[in-house]
Ligand binder design. Structure first.
Ligand code: FMN
Length: 337
């Protein structure tokens, strides 16, 4: 989640909590701020369609900025966002009144002017260009590069993974698959509700395609999409995800009450507020502890489920350990005889 969508105190709490829990934090598309760095934990720097934080003024990718960001030892990976589940095929606009000098400096845009995130990367119009982009970011930064997608037609996945097999330098180090049920600060309800495959269908499809192309050892898979309770996390690991990531799980630990005012800047909890008075309601120390406790509790419970399945840890989960019940809830089982 971007700095700008989230308040400074919220980003600071996430950064401290992530460090305390030993998990990483992703920047979202809004660039890398000092609040992300302050906690001291590992960071994934996202490159969205506006290329905030790593752009020239005209919105094209800047190798110099990429190198600058990569020089932070805390930044461990880069992520090219093609889409997110809440609004596939849709860009965004940051209104000029939210483009403060601090946000403008972080994102690399003029102060006080509306800023458009295009609905796609203007320099990625084909699978070959996607591969070349991944290769460029990895070569310039020297760090692993992932790609965040929402699944639609299987044909794209097949063509993309074929290209990765033929041109290994085009291959991403990970794919983050975001379910159509993904969240955001503001999105048209029709896209948030209806567009993009849900994670229950998308994750098995991506895992199967990766394995069929012989890329199991080459590409790690990250999953997201309302995977915010231990049962859902364990389900995703059983289905082949290597990691599970979440936005809203952490928003709740920050104190989000789903007031549905993210876009207005008037979030009453200080999580997404622009208003200085409202922001004071979020204490980064207290909420940083809650972020850490949430992550630790999810990890602990997933481990408990794995032990009950006869495994030493969750990395041993396989599709045989899970079954869907009639209500759609995952049930877990021990496969040992
Ligand atoms: C307030 C908010 C801001 C977000 N900002 C971004 C973003 O900048 N880039 C992105 O790829 N996804 C963004 N997302 C989507 C999440 O990263 C995630 O993919 C999605 O919400 C699914 O995870 P969840 O169900 O655990 O929230 C945002 C989500 C929320 C709730």
């Amino acid at each position: 989640m971007s700095f700008g969508a989230l308040s400074p105190a919220a980003v600071l709490a996430l950064s401290r909590g992530a460090k305390a829990a030993g998990i990483w934090m992703a920047t979202g598309e809004g660039g890398l701020s000092r609040y992300h760095l302050e906690g001291g934990g590992d960071i994934v720097m996202q490159i969205g369609t506006a290329k905030y934080g790593v752009r020239n003024l005209d919105g094209t990718l800047s190798d110099d900025k990429l190198r600058e960001i990569a020089a932070h030892p805390q930044v461990k990976m880069f992520e090219v966002k093609l889409a997110q589940g809440a609004k596939p095929g849709k860009g965004g606009i940051l209104p000029g009144n939210k483009v403060t000098p601090e946000i403008a400096a972080i994102r690399g845009i003029p102060v006080g002017e509306d800023s458009i995130s295009p609905n796609r990367h203007r320099d990625i119009g084909s699978i070959a260009e996607l591969g070349a982009f991944v290769h460029r970011v990895r070569s310039v930064t020297g760090k692993p590069v992932g790609v965040k997608i929402v699944a639609g037609q299987p044909g794209f996945l097949n063509d993309w993974l074929n290209d990765c097999v033929m041109h290994p330098q085009h291959c991403p180090d990970y794919i983050q698959i975001d379910g159509g049920e993904g969240g955001t600060g503001a999105a048209p309800a029709a896209l948030a509700d209806y567009v993009g495959l849900p994670i229950t269908l998308a994750l098995p499809m991506v895992v199967e395609a990766r394995d069929r192309h012989g890329l199991t050892e080459r590409i790690r898979i990250l999953a997201s999409g309302k995977l915010i309770t231990p049962d859902k996390v364990a389900w995703a690991l059983c289905m082949g995800a290597d990691f599970v990531v979440s936005a809203r799980g952490f928003m709740f630990s920050l104190g989000c009450i789903q007031a549905m005012k993210c876009g207005s800047g008037k979030c009453p909890t200080g999580v997404a507020s622009v208003d200085e008075r409202l922001r004071q309601g979020l204490d980064p120390t207290d909420k940083g502890n809650r972020v850490a406790m949430y992550a630790q509790q999810v990890i602990h419970t997933v481990e408990t489920i794995s032990h009950s399945c006869g495994l030493t840890d969750p990395s041993g989960f396989s599709v045989d350990n899970v079954t869907a019940t009639e209500s759609g809830v995952a049930g877990f089982r021990n496969t040992a005889h």
